[in-house]
Write a protein that binds this ligand. Sequence first.
Ligand code: CAA
Length: 697
Amino acid sequence: MSEVVSYDREGAIGIITVNYPPVNALGHAVRTGLLEALKQGQTDNDAKMLLVVCEGRTFVAGADIREFGKPMQEPGLVTVINTFESSDKPVVAAIHGTALGGGLELALGCHYRIALDSARVGLPEVKLGLLPGAGGTQRLPRLTGAKKALEMITTGEFVKADDALEAGIIDAVAQGDNSRTIGLEYAAKLIAEDKPVRRVRDITDKISADQGTEVFEAFRNNLTAKARGLFSPFKCVDAVEAAFSLPFDEGMKRERELFIECMESPQRGGLVHAFFAEREVSKVPGLPKDTPVRDVKSVGVIGAGTMGGGIAMNFANAGIPVTIVELKQEALDKGLSVIRKNYESSAKKGRITTAQVEERMALIKTSLSYDDFKSVDLVIEAVFENMDIKKQIFGQLDKVCKPGAILASNTSTLDIDEIASATSRPEDVVGMHFFSPANVMKLLENVRGTKTSDEVKATVMALAKKIGKVGVMVGNCYGFVGNRMLHRRGAEATALVNEGASPQQVDKVLTDLGFPMGQFAMSDLAGIDVGYSIRKERRKSGEDIPANWMDTLAEEGRLGQKTMAGVYQYEEGNRKPVVDPKVDELIAGFRKEQGIEPRAITDQEILERCMYVMVNEGAKILEEGIADRSLDIDIVWIYGYGFPAYHGGPMFWADQVGVKTIYETVKRFHDTVGGDQWKPSELLAKLASENKKFGDL
Ligand code: CAA
């Protein structure tokens, strides 16, 4: 008997139970066990109907992703599901938690489906660069029609039980907390009604109704913008279309061909890496799993600007009361009105209800005095980047806050240890670096100082999860992981323009790689003055940062989107960057002034200089232990800067390009371009000489 799938009977119902923690994924043992248990049910003369249920937190959450890329062991999932569908005895699936991917496909191979009202179903394969490859693209549209199936399969979004019932995906919803109980009751009812087997493959009314409609072309057009650069969403549409143009068995064959194309695409490798990396980052090396976590029931935020307001929203969204402190009432009023506007716009889009807008606003209090931080469990400082001011603030927090309160800074570049030195409790001080817009971007770069306690580290990592962020623990250095690498890329991109490239050429190379925006469009969004004041500070402290044309832009008041002009120009109400001939003139003037003779620069050189400089810096970050693993860097870039997840993050991307190739090129740029940024990382050199990858570390 299988260890992970069991068979028992209650009355006339034979029960097949999957028990394969954590998520009952359809690994080889489960697939084999399912077939064995089905056979037992079919030969059990006392069983009139069969029921499939799962133990643990969820119904089957899909194929076992860890088996991807390895040789397939029989029986395949398609065989298992077809065998269930062919059963002469009716089979019911009772769903709790999430029925996802191969899990929902298994349920669609059963003859009836019931779900707990808390359950959700979905076909999220597209998020892994795949398409549902075990009949999902053929069976789902037979139940829902083309539009709903395409929506679900091309976005991978989950559908709540009630909506799944309305869409025809499941047959019944029941309240309760036990899928076995509701499954047994439902099966008993079906037996009493003498319900026969009902195979989805034979249901054709929705298929005939939607035949020849334009829905497929419309979806393809829509995806051209929405799924830019992605491979599998388009294959999903092709596969669903096959359900309408081909008989079931032919459609299944077409689905298989398209599935294999996706499986073999490099995007699948990148997306699967990103899936596991996102889960791995929560396990911080050296931080024991059972480290106690402090209870954070209330939060203080210093600063009601864009960052402070966005940070406060995260906590209000999670039901945690927040107090925002500012120096002036006007700043508080303005900040609060921006927060309200953001919530109201979400309500208009139907993302939250108007009642939720009020609930969340009610959780946000404002004050002009630090005394209101007396009882909070965590304070996050979000004022502008100035060490003296930050130290002054932390000195004050040290006096006001209760013992055990966590004192966090949202600094994006400054030294956490120096900030902590302004307090008598550096063990309670930590960096919590949110990314703009803070209520939207999923990354939270948590920065450990030398003295930050394990408890505080564990608490901020747990908090990230609670407020729906992906937390990555990083070490303390200038710019931490994300901005340290970004600043290298920014300097190189600017230098490329000094030498002869145009800003739009540089940006296009980056967007062609899959970034949502290029370096200069991003500078315009963030504000040209931000980089300018950082460079000014660094020059003041003696660093040799040559003058560049971006400084001239800032000095002329072209600060980016906020002044409707920066590297690009903008039209009222439109964020689309438009090339501005005045900037070309300004750049030409700068080159002349510096005696630079512009040269033609190839896209390949732009790609190598912008990307390899980041990889080299990433390797130094690993070498210094600022990031524990290359996957931490990958997640910082995917969730903080929109690095295309299908490339798996910069370090995974580097592994695909080849560490050796990158090392050789970095050495060449060190000789030709020069500068500290091109000094090859020792780790990069070592990996190249050993023919290894970052992923091998
Ligand atoms: N295969 C293997 N492992 C999986 C898995 C899967 N399909 N889904 C989740 N896991 C693992 C996670 O890696 C994690 O492992 P660790 O504890 O070792 O880190 C563990 O299960 C728990 O996962 P989460 O931390 O994500 O837990 P959660 O409760 O937040 O979310 C979930 C649970 C909603 C199921 C989420 O894990 C999820 O979305 N999983 C992916 C589902 C999916 O994409 N299914 C489709 C698979 S492809 C397919 O089915 C192809 C096909 O058509 C044949």
